[in-house]
Design a protein around this ligand. Structure first.
Ligand code: PMP
Length: 304
């Protein structure tokens, strides 16, 4: 059961979540022609009249870019002001997750993006930490990450998540927690909803933007934090076999933050994870606004 935040935003207005309904004929439901964002908010540990949103500006920018792929002109500053009002109206008192969504809201049939009505909605739910500190087990998926030439992978296009869903279910039903997808070149791309990092000999390695990854905001944060800590960072293609002999492997994403990987297929990874632990602790301190160096990443919103 999810605890949804009481107020949603739909068709340019705030309404009770239970009234935020759309038709079964909605175009995007049939064709996957939507795009979404996902960001976390937490109560400010230093000020109970505030919540903190992590990298709100980047999330709004990415959603605006995703909307462009759907031929929908939705400026990032408009998204940012709606999300800010959304939070003020809901006054969340526990950790939460915001899901903004842009989509073809028309009731007509035929897949297309031109001459069609679009809309933007936002809702939220309470979401605490759900990570096991022991790490997740991963299966190398039999499903491959899509290619940028068939789908705009820099957008979080809803239809693309069929592949994530197939991969995740295949992994879970065969006894693993998560799936790692290779790209069409057979190189490591990402997990079903998270980016991936490999640590070898003290260097943090992550597949680059040319590896059909989503431009993850947590990934960007992790790379910046690592560089600033003086940890060598390389973005390059990663082979499957590098995963199996890595010193550490971890996944990154808004919902999971940094998730250590304990096992890949039948290969157990070392239980000592000094770099993963260091990056995770730093990221947590930053999101809680305890690190002045990264104040620009934290957006306090008053809910008094
Ligand atoms: N890859 C995919 C396919 C995702 O859905 C997500 C989650 N948004 C990520 C990576 C991680 O991105 P972010 O750090 O921006 O949440």
């Amino acid at each position: 059961m999810h605890n949804f935040l009481p107020i949603a935003y739909l068709q340019n207005q705030f309404v009770p979540f239970s009234d935020a309904k759309i038709s079964i004929a909605t175009h995007a439901l049939h064709y996957g022609t939507g795009a979404f964002g996902g960001l976390r908010g937490i109560p400010d540990p230093q000020n109970s009249d505030q919540v903190l949103l992590f990298r709100l500006d980047r999330h709004c920018q990415r959603l605006s870019q995703s909307a462009r792929f759907l031929q929908y002109d939705l400026p990032a500053d408009k998204i940012q002001s709606v999300i800010t009002d959304f939070v003020k109206k809901n006054q969340p008192r526990t950790s939460f997750y915001i899901r903004p969504f842009v989509y073809t809201s028309d009731l007509g049939i035929a897949p297309r993006l031109h001459n069609i009505e679009k809309d933007f909605f936002v809702y939220g739910l309470e979401l605490g930490d759900y990570l096991s500190p022991d790490g997740v087990s991963c299966r190398i998926s039999s499903w491959h990450r899509q290619e940028d030439r068939s789908l705009p992978l820099r957008g979080k296009i809803s239809g693309a998540y069929i592949t994530s869903s197939l991969a995740k279910t295949e992994a879970v039903e065969s006894g693993f927690d998560e799936a790692i997808l290779l790209n069409s070149q057979g190189k490591v791309s990402e997990a079903s909803g998270m980016n991936i990092f490999v640590v070898r000999n003290g260097t943090v390695i992550s597949p680059g933007f040319d590896q059909d990854i989503l431009e993850g905001i947590t990934r960007d944060s992790v790379l910046t934090i690592a560089r600033n800590l003086g940890i060598p960072v390389v973005e390059r293609p990663v082979d499957k076999t590098e995963l199996l002999i890595a010193d550490e492997v971890f996944l990154s994403g808004t919902a999971a933050k940094i998730a250590p990987v304990s096992r890949i297929e039948n290969y157990v990874l070392p239980a000592e994870r000094p770099i993963t632990t260091k990056l995770r602790e730093k990221l947590t301190a930053i999101t809680e606004n305890r690190d002045p160096e990264y104040k620009d990443w934290v957006f306090p919103i008053s809910i008094a």
